[in-house]
Design a protein. Sequence first.
Lengths: 110, 321
Amino acid sequence: MIAVIGLVVGVVAGLVLQPTVPLELQPYLPIAVVAALDALFGGLRAMLDGIFDDRVFLTSFLSNVVVAALIVFLGDQLGVGTQLSTAVVVVLGIRIFSNAASIRRHLFKA
Amino acid sequence: MTSRHTQGDGQPTARPALVDASMTLINEFYRRPLDPGYALAAQRRQAGAGPSRTRPGIAALVVLALALGLGTTAATLQLRKPLGQANEARRVLESQITERGDEAADLQTQATALGDEISSLQASVLGDADASLRAALDASAVESGAVEVTGKGLRIELSDATSADADDVDPDARVQDSDLQVLVNSLWEAGAEAIAINGQRLAATTAIRSAGSAVLVDLVPLSSPYTVEAIGDSVTMQTDLARSSAGQLLATLRATYGIGVEMSSQRHLDLPAVRVTTLREATVPAGSGLPDLRVDPEDGAGEDGGPVSPSADAVAGSSRR
């Protein structure tokens, strides 16, 4: 639970402080945010399943973001940046969707 | 890896023979959306073999959580920002445009006021000494477009052909600078004393040109419909116009290109003065008792009192069709 509290505090701090992201990192932001969403939904589902774990949540969050950014970076270097971004978005999108569906089943029993 | 092959409702998925073996990647994503790490951790916890929570470990977790939350928020905010910046830039440009427009209007009124001052000073200097000189001056002021003119005359309205697709207009179906040039030249020929297009008075040296798809009259961009107003005897102008090349051109424009042409004689037309009058040549009138000085700032383009001479640009207009 401490991870969730930390995350919320971080979000609030971000909203208050309004930090700026370095220009070089900007191409990776959209994918990183989608990856973060995926990790968030995964964490929520795990919580509802009763198997939430702080460490797993944060590690998956971090690795998701880093790997997603890395894939985009690699794609940019190879000249297939947009295609790889699409691939990442599709994969993460499917995961978000099915996690959200399972969360829905938990919450509404339907 | 001991993976958790269960759906969300806890039913173990029976693995049938892989009929959809080619879909393993998709199936993998679809059946196991949850990070298997959660299941592993839960199993370890159940077995009592979970990693012992040390104080530095927890601190590291908190720091990581803080950093991730901060980073994600920063990224999200950053992603929302460019739109704001673009809007800001557009707002700045808009305000600049209106600002400059106001400035130009101010300067224009200033120029008009100064022009009025000049003519009133001129009148006071001349006094009522020489009636014929003043009459000549007044006449040349009309011809050079330096003063506003009111009178009856002819109004011709040209409008672009209407097209179903506004983005894809045949350039031939638009009124072009050459059309206006031919029309204006024919009007001068037909005895017009003063001509204005969309409120832009034409002097002898006013250019009618095109820049891209816009028609510039005296360097002011105009758009369809183009209202050409000519002061003079509307009956003779109309008949002369019909006989001239412009008459044929207007008929062609109407019939072939669908350009709207409407001609009407008007009892009352108000034409403004030319926006900018440039002094090209000045002479001291004979018999004024002053030495005959000739001021010729640049090679004069013609004499004011001569026959009405449309601008070189307007004359250059050749038929495009």
